[in-house]
Design a protein around this ligand. Structure first.
Ligand code: DGY
Length: 323
């Protein structure tokens, strides 16, 4: 029997690519150039499985490719707002993602941003590298204390809970959260978290606000000018979720005017483009979408895609089906 044809849209860890070669008639993307809409459509016409990731815009137009051969989109990543799920369903496609395996590393990165922005680590590093440092002094680069402060989580899913564990048990932080789909009581109790009925309650009380909701139409610009104003002037915003959850223009204005103290960002509205305004602000720490970017986690993500695709080709329901 011939092997299923599988097309991978970006470079994957070598270990996972090797396994793909063993299992499938696979087309890898060795030069890692993002595929165009036309190339994605060709892939949908030619492959049994297409394995995309966040940098691929799988729109309704892309999904209108004819004749459609693909039966499964095995997404590399937990977030899937770059895939039009309704259109994929309409075309009879199964869509899967990679939850769980990236929870810890993404939570670690949210804490990295929180620590960096509060303690002015990016700014301090630039200070040393540009040879501006003249020596220790009691008033130099005074920053904000983290231990014992209040962390507000927007969404209380897997990653938010992992952040709350680190923040509460590691830094003695008080945890607040708002989630329209409330978690089991034990999850909140494990970090003595207080559930708030509204997002505004979280924003008004938190010293750090960390975003952990999905991207997409429902949460687009959730953090707009008005909500940024609800935050304390001394508070910091952390975003490891999706760029479009924050109105970036409103954020730049809030950072410039002192409406909030700072922001730690891993994701951006028009990724990979980062606006010049943000680039010049010292009260922003900017990372290039590194949440899950550790060797262990990226291998685990790839293997999880393989598990989903293998299960599907074995005629069984894949465990991470999202559409
Ligand atoms: C995720 O898994 O959602 C990461 O942000 C990469 O897509």
């Amino acid at each position: 029997m011939s092997k299923p044809r599988v097309i991978v849209t970006r470079r994957w860890p070598a270990e996972v690519e090797a396994r793909l070669k063993e299992l499938y008639d696979v087309q890898l993307n060795t030069d890692d150039r993002p595929m165009t809409g036309g190339e994605l459509q060709d892939a949908l016409r030619g492959a049994d499985a297409l394995l995309p990731t966040v940098s691929d815009k799988i729109t309704a137009v892309v999904l209108s490719a004819e004749p459609l051969k693909t039966k499964i989109l095995g997404n590399f990543g937990v977030g899937f707002n770059h895939i039009d799920i309704a259109a994929a369903k309409g075309r009879g496609l199964v869509v899967t993602n990679t939850p769980d395996v990236l929870t810890d590393c993404t939570a670690d990165l949210a804490m990295t941003l929180l620590l960096m922005i509060a303690r002015r680590a990016g700014e301090g590093e630039r200070h040393v590298r540009t040879k501006a440092w003249t020596g220790w002094r009691p008033t130099h680069m005074i920053a904000s204390k983290i231990t014992g402060k209040t962390l507000g989580l927007v969404g209380f899913g897997r990653i938010a809970r992992a952040v709350s564990t680190r923040a509460h048990h590691g830094f003695g932080m008080k945890i607040l959260f708002h989630d329209p789909y409330p978690p089991p009581k034990e999850a909140a109790d494990a970090v003595m978290a207080t559930q708030c009925d509204t997002l505004e309650e979280v924003l008004e009380q938190a010293d750090f606000v960390s975003l952990h909701c999905p991207g997409g139409q429902e949460t687009r610009h959730l953090m707009n000018a008005e909500r940024l104003k609800r935050m304390k002037a001394t508070a910091f915003l952390i975003n490891t979720a999706r760029g479009d959850v924050v109105d970036e223009q409103a954020l730049v204005a809030a950072l410039k005017s002192g409406t909030i103290a700072g922001a730690g960002l891993d994701v951006y509205e028009s990724e990979p483009r980062v606006g010049d305004d943000l680039l010049t602000l010292d009260n922003a720490v900017l990372l290039p979408h590194l949440g899950s970017a550790t060797r262990d986690t990226r291998i685990a993500m790839g293997m999880r895609v393989l598990e989903n695709v293998e299960t599907f080709f074995a005629g069984k329901p894949p465990r991470d089906r999202v559409g």
